[in-house]
Design a protein. Sequence first.
Length: 422
Amino acid sequence: MTIEIHMPALSPTMEEGNLAKWHVKEGDDVTSGDVIAEIETDKATMEVESIDDGVVGKIAVAEGTEGVKVGTVIAVLLEEGESASDIKATAAAAPAATPAKPAESAAKAEAEQAEPPKVAPATQAPAAGGRIKASPLAKRLAKDAGLDLSTLTGSGPGGRIVKADVESTSKTAAAPAAAAVGGAVAVAVAGPEGDAPFEEVKLSNMRKTIARRLTESKQSVPHFYLTVDIELDKLLKLRAEVNAQLDPAKVSVNDFIIKACALALRDVPEANVQFGGDVMRHYSRSDISVAVATDGGLVTPVVRAAEGKSIGAIAAEMKELASKARDNKLMPEDYTGGTFTISNMGMMGIKEFSAVINPPQGAILAVGAGIETPVVRDGAITTATMMSVTLSCDHRAIDGAVGAKLLGAIKGYLEKPLSILV
């Protein structure tokens, strides 16, 4: 019997993914454990292994296809003695695909139409009085351009008028000059927002998830912010001494910050919480998410139980996690389930900023650069390396006094760094 390979759920929340690459082609022999494809989720690109032996009889979903639903048949394996006719027989017996529901969002409908129209006989739009099939975006663009939809020719499925049809006949458009290059579409026409040239780049699953989650956070989570300045000179001196003893691993200031936050959450357990609607989740362990910048956007791998790990262990773990993040190799267990987040932009020269809470967490610490600053001690002016940090708190879970207590504990550990090592 033929063996169907389905789009796997590679994380607990995954509903769809992009089929980034096939490592096999039709006719190839595969054995259990062979890597057959790469799937792009909202966090990483992950390899998919075959769990059966057989011959690749059919590639059902082409490489580069986006938005493939979990459970979709992406390939078919043939067992010994089977042929392509067995695949056809299986397909004939399978139920027809369910049509898309009319209530699909405009964004999803437009995404399906964003592909350049395939070469096919043009289908005329219905005559006046008939129903005109057009995507929501095409209707809006036509209205902005003053075009009558009934005069346009639809190139989409069933004669549906799509974005490309409106742009090709727009009164304000110049000669079509869109060119697909490396996933970007260069546009040289006047858009409804102005006439400046622009390019459109399709969003990755990661970027879509970042946009959705952070919009949700700012709209639904009542943020408040607390800022303190922390003197770093003792920490920098201790770091230099620690690094002189380590070979080859080196400890960064961020590693000290991770440990300080973990210890502070242990000391102020009422801040290690998350709001859960009609419950409050209190965590007995400090699982620290750390924002890492990648080409696709920010990801937040987690250092679990950081309060019980040495600085050297945290440094080695963060180096591995950051490398995996930049190579899109993080597994779901690497980035899910943190209780608190650190976002450090100090290495980019940013003095101070406020970060958006990473839901469902209750707080995030924004870390700025250490800057040599004039300070007054015993009536005399001297200099010290000062670092501004801002704690963003979910007011539903953390009150101002609790946030201040947590921030004070973090400051205490960083200004007395020997306490971090004991």
